[in-house]
Structure formats: structure tokens, C-alpha cells
Design a protein around this ligand. Sequence first.
Ligand SMILES: N[C@@H](Cc1ccccc1)C(=O)O
Length: 528
Amino acid sequence: MAETIQQLILDTLDKDGTLKDTRTLVLPGSSEPSATQEYQTTILGALNSLASRDMITYTTQETVSHVLTLEGAQISLEGSHEARVWAALPAKRDGAPVTPKELERKVGFETAKIGQGRAFKNKWIGKEGDGLVKLASSIQDATQLELREVDSTGTLKAGEKALAELRKRKLIAQKRGQWFTVKKGPSFSTSIAKLETDLTIDMLTSGSWKTAQYKKYNFEAEGMPPNGGAFHPLLKVREEIRNIFLEMGFAEMPTSSFVESGFWCFDALFVPQQHPAREVQDTFYLSDPSTSLPPPADYYARIAEVHEHGGYGSTGYRAPWSEAESRKLLLRTHTTASSAAMLWKLAARCRGEGASAEEADAHSGATKGTAGADDDGFRPAKLFSIDRVFRNETMDATHLAEFHQVEGVVADRGLTLADLIGFMRVFFKKMGIENLRFKPAYNPYTEPSLEIFAFHPQLRKWVEVGNSGMFRPEMLEPMGFPKDVHVHGWGIGLERPTMIRYGISNIRTLVGHKVSLEGVEKSPAVRF
Ligand SMILES: N[C@@H](Cc1ccccc1)C(=O)O
């Protein structure tokens, strides 16, 4: 089709010199010219193709024509409302006038309502007793005639005023269109040469490349729509959880330190140096560099002391202490390492080191300086983080060597276990989990410690969703916190709620080289 149209245009130009109006073209397969916009669009394609070879030039003419609206089309077919009302009534001499109610039944509520007024105005109908009768013996339905004219010609001989009236009555609408005037171009010819799109070895060896005609690049062509980026399901769930924290007044802790020392990951948290979690089967250690910079000297001394000999009301572990163990670099096994570093900064003002407290201020959303701080320098804080942690685990359908932890920490005077439990209930409720149970557990750094269980409606059983507790004095007091400052914290995984949310049973479809990219792209947003 496209090629026959091109040929038709070339032949017409050859015969007549110019083609003034493409609406006069009689297209292949039809017997008369057609001015419809579809044809003009097809013609435009042919013109562009010929123009790109300089065979023709063309100019575009804009037109405005009119088309019938749905209502207009109905009137053009069945007559105007007033004509329908007129037709439904008996002539005067036939007696039996039609009551307004009967008229409604005959022609419908709309038509009866709109048509009566106009029919009265035109003196087509009149009243007789309670009813209505025809006055005129025959009528000219001008609206219908006008609409039929618009339908076939796109306009009205009567002119713009009549068109405007029909537009106002929403019986017709404007439609923009275009047609074209075509002239011969510098490379005009009546035969369309095949244009080469590729330079081939054959063309080079035969020398035909010298005379061949080449297809021009179309820099205007629209490219293939590129695939947009997509947030990973874990990021979507992370964003929802982050929003819960933010609306509860929490500030986000910095967690960019994937590599930590044994000191911050374990020692500062009062995890004994002999604890099995610190062994290579459970923790990834760095070989190069393998040793951290020394931790703050005073603080380090207090931590070494509380481990080895006790203090702050504790007997300590009374086991050998190794600085080398403390300085080992590792991939953090929990975000509580970052929480510890943040708490240590938060306690700086209590230690009389205001300057280093400012970093904690910046991350806890507090104003700079001592505003809101107690006399001893302490200022309450609610902090959270959501980031990666690493464990040397045997991998299976639900475990990988790296995963995300969601962690919350609240520091205030006189906090109790009831605060922690109450807080958990509010927090989980915002995630859509209402049924919680708490079970006593053990963490080296919290006492008491609680495992959090939620009832899983699909699995119909209680599943562990998190771990929590009140940080021990052996951890908080060496940092410099006053005795009555209590800190509770809790950690939950990000992967498990995400898998449940998206109905994923194998973690490898979510993370790693077997991840389902389609799944990532199509995963809907999460709303708790
Ligand atoms: N660090 C704990 C979570 C936790 C954080 C804070 C307090 C108590 C527990 C874990 O890895 O499971």
C-alpha cells in the first residue's frame, strides 16, 4: 500500500507538475477522492519517505472540520428531540391529546423534556385541555438537516454562526486535520530506486557502492522505549519500614561501615571474646588489612576491664583478654555494631566531650548544642537503621551469607521492659502484625532479652520475627551514660517479611545471581 501511494504521488506530479491538494488524490482501490484524516495520515507517511530522498517537497495545510458527537449522530439518524416530540403527538382533529406523562413514556424523559420547549417555540405543537397536540401539519427538522450536512462535508454552508450554535449544543465537535501541497524535488523521478541500508562486502568488491543510493538516517525516528529502572522488593519494604520509624519520631543512624572491628561488633557489646559467634565459622574476618586502628584509649581500657575483671556491679567474664582479638577487622555480623558506635557518641556529652556529641546530634535529629539536654549532658534519643550484615552461614533456601537487619534503639531515663514491649506492639501493628508474643531469650548484650513471635495467619503458627532487649550496664556505663539511662533495642530481618509479602519461598529468587529480574521489575509497591 505504502509503495503504491508513493508511486501514485510521483505519477501525478509527472503528469500535472504539482499536486495542489492531496485530498484530491484518488487512492488505489477507491473510486473517488477521500478527504478523511486517516487517508491524509497514510499519505503523509508516503510524502515523508519520498521527501527523505529529495524526490519531492511538500507543505502542510491545517484544516479545522467538524464531526458529530454521539448525541449529534443520534439526532442525525432519528431526528431532533423537538421533531420526535412532534411526531409522537396526534394531529388536532384526531382528538385524544397526549398527556405530558404519556409523552414521556413514548419518547423518553430526556427527549420529552428538551423537545417540548423547542417544539412549542417553533409552534409545532400546542396545548389542548390537559394534553398536547400537533399544530403544524408538517415540519422541517433544521437541526437534523444541519447535522447530516456536517456529517458528510465536515462543515455548514450556513457558516460559522450555525456551527457555533451546534457546538454549544454539544451536537458537533471540532476536529483538526491536515492536507498537503506537493512539488517535485531535486531528485525527482517516477521510479523509486531501492535504497541500500547497509554497505556489504559484495558492494565493495563489485564497486556498486559508488552508484548505489543509500537510505538516509532518520534522526527524527523515535527509538525503542528503554526499560525504566525498578526498585528491588527489599528496597520497597525497607522504605515502608523506614516510614514507620520516621513517623514515630526516629532518626536514621549512619550504617555505611560494613567493615568493623571486633571491638565495636562484640567487645563494646560485652560479647565475651570466647563467644562462639566470634569464630570463623560464623564471622567473616578480613585478611588485608586485618587490623583496625586503635579504639578510643580510655573507653577501650574500661571495656577491657569490665570484660576481664568486671565493674558497674558486674563480675565480668574473668577470662583472658586479647587486644589482638579486639582489633581484628571483620564484616559486621549485626547492625548493633553501628548502634553501639552511635550510643558511644550520644554519651559524649555525659563524658564531658561535647564536640564529639555533635555527630550524634546530627543523626538523632536533635538541635546542635545542649538544648534539651539534662544537667549531666544526657539527651534522649530514638534511632534506627536498616542495612546489610554478614554471617558465615551455610546457605539454603532461606539463608544467605548477607542479609538486612532492621534495628531500633531508644535511650531515655528510667525506661523499662514494659516500654520495650509496648513499643514493639505499636511498631508491629503499623506493619500489620497485631498478634505478638514475647519469650525470654539470651543475648550477651541485653538483659532481659526477649524473642518476638508473631502469629502467621497463612502458616497458622507462631513464627519468630525479631530479637530484643534492654542493653546491659556493662555496655552502657563504660560509654559514660548515667546509671538511670536505660536503652532498649530490637532487631528484625528485612528478608523474611519481604519474602512473605511477595510470596517468595526461595531467597535466591530475591537476592543473588539467580534473582528474577522480571519479578523485580513487576513487583508492586508495598503498603503496610
Ligand atoms: N543484634 C541482634 C538484634 C538485637 C538488637 C538490639 C537489641 C537486642 C537484639 C541480632 O542480631 O539478632
